[in-house]
Design a protein around this ligand. Sequence first.
Ligand code: 5GP
Length: 190
Amino acid sequence: MEVLKQRILQEGVVLSDQVLKLDALLNHQVDPGLTMEMGREFARRFEGAGVTRIVTVESSGIPAAFATAVEMNVPLVFARRKKTLLADPDAYCERVPSFTKGIVTDIMLSRDFISAEDKVLFIDDIIANGDAARGLIKIIQRSGAELVGLGVVVEKSFQPGARAIREQGVRLEPLVRIKSLSGGTIEFED
Ligand code: 5GP
């Protein structure tokens, strides 16, 4: 998605060889027009797949997931990050390490909002090591729903998450792929 590459070049801030700050368009501020374009692109790529539900993880996945849900005219469910360790019998829970926060959080999704009849499209903001995505994929699998695919706004292809998830047989569609942040420069795959 060319327009997204340009925006990332203009507004992204390279914090290190591993981390790109995208607060201006993804992780803090949201551009509604650009976000709706992301939704249209994900909807186009997964058109005809019979998607019944979009899922994401709060909070940064929600805008792009919402835009996709609008385009596909299906409900959006976001997994919550739990602050309590108390088991909730009405929810699927998974423990995931957080890439940027350096802590472990639990994500939960109510059994009321996903079922074995669903064909689920998972939309997320950024994939790095893939821990967050793996956690939600486990929840989707435990629910018996079919995972149609994972759409991510940014794949950092120099980190192992996306490759590992593709090796699990999941269709992973990134809007842009970043191959390097070395030396403070953002380099995209072709
Ligand atoms: P993972 O679990 O794949 O290692 O990391 C996924 C989550 O960490 C993403 O949803 C995103 O919010 C955050 N994250 C990972 N890498 C970056 C990065 O380079 N920049 C920002 N802003 N967030 C990141």
